[in-house]
Design a protein. Sequence first.
Length: 647
Amino acid sequence: MAFRLRTWMLLAAAIILIPMVAILVQGYRYVEQSERNRVEAVLRAKSVELRANIERRLAIAVQALEVLALSDEAQKQNWFGLHALAKSMAEDNPAFQAVSLVDAQNRLVFVSSTAFGPPGFNTSFVDLVNKVLTTGKANVSGPFKVPLSDHYLIAVSVPVKHESQIKFVLRMILRVVTLHELLSAEHFPKDWVATLVDSKGTVISRSNNVEAFIGKSAPQALLSAIATQDGHQYLYRGRTADGTPTTAFLQPVFDRDWWLNVAVPETVLEALFRPLMLKTGALILMLILLSVAVNLGITQFLYLQTNALEQVVAAGKKLLDLPRPLRVTELAEVDRRFRAVSASEQTAQSALVTVTLENEEISNLYNFAPCGYHSLDAKGMVVHINQTELNWLGRQRDEVLGKSFTELITAASREAFKANYPRFLADGHIENLEYDMVRADGSVFPVAINAVLVRDASGQPIMSRSTMIDITERKEFERRLQALSNTDPLTGLANRRHFYELLNAELERSKRHGATFSLAMLDIDHFKRINDRFGHAMGDQVLKTLAEACRTELRQLDVMARFGGEEFVIFMPHTQLDPAVAVCERLREALQALSIDADKGQALRFTVSIGVAEQVLGETDIDAILMRADGALYEAKRLGRNQVRMG
């Protein structure tokens, strides 16, 4: 009887344990899938952020090329001037290797890194040049090398439109190494692999071991994924070049000219789940052993109770004399309640795990987004802020929460905030509002803010939800564009357009205050002979030397501009004719005394002729004054050059 009872109890224990084990295994699988979903979400977020950084880097090159394409030199097809402008732009930006100009026959007109004229090599990626000529859209090439560089390069191409036709293409040559820092392994968790390939599947850059892969074909799994997609993001299972299984996220870059692939090895995901699997197995084993032990104990107890009952019955005693045994109905009720509590606890635990993982995922996406997020209450106090914005500010969370937002911006921005925040509380939204933020070290950086207002059921403001973007790069680019548009690229002097702007402003002042001014036209004597004898490079050096000497000799209030070629104009405010002539005479003597070292130890000297004219009080025609100065200049040349004449 004892044997049969033990057998039934063990079977009962097994029946109870099987669903429990199944629940534990299912719970493990659920947690595994949730963790995989979390990793995939982080993979998507980091991939999207990396893609944005790469396209931002390429956009700078495209914008710079478009500025060149719209310049006067490009529109007038002054390729020599465009070469000088392109060379200056490439020298000012370390990321730019060179700028080239290609015609409709795929011939190189010039490369800014060499002297003006066709270089001794052909253009690369002819198909991309033809694509720009056909579609009029910018594109970017894969990696290549040229005779002038040992580094892998890429080319960003934009059309040069002239009278609504595209006959030339401007190409910015960039070093691939400028992309390596964006894909460096330090931006990713350990063992993650980011790969950037062109539309043909050639590797451009990689987050690790880039030297072994650059310029080579991507793994077959990545090539198949690119062929499968039609310009969309794609999460897929594949293998790396060394055969490692991965989960990867693929997305197009720069209108599918490139593809960005970020892969997480499956071994990384397995390492996350292995400890949980071991713990689950240990828990199941403990439950089995505990169940066997408990059932054996209960069986022994019931066996003893049964023996005692048999002895009492055999002795003819009353059942009331028996110690009270556990009754089956009581055991059934206890078992039922235990099962109910266990199931409820399991359900609650599963729900808690789900909520915890979702909260962690949302928190990570909020805190480590590529832009800043913060929330202000109706008084402008900070109630929420993400880690990205804290990193920009160089501050800890407890330094910012509960403080007024005005403590984080400059004095000028404070006035703008005080004017705009009440309007925001009334309207409920605001877009592209620019402020200057102050870091903990006192440095300042510009941002653009978009925000919406959260209200309660009665319509009262609760808090803002604000998105903040760092626009430092954009502001710097605008400043450089402004400088390029106002400055002659060779001499660094004001250009003709900017000079006219300054002169028009001075005319307005002279109307109000009755002041007068003088203008001088300056021309280098026999400049063509200098170019013919010493070459255009030395001619450029003469122009730059003249500009530097004029900066030294002219007064601080005088403004000098290059009108074109070897012709310059000098604006002397609040200066009548005789003092202006004295200034120009002193400048002429200083230039005559200069000596420039030419080839083979030759000394190059040059002289200038200058014509000076004074504004007649009340005169507003700038061209008339310039014409008088120009006439005096030609009079100086006619009388033998190297002299100053009045007009």
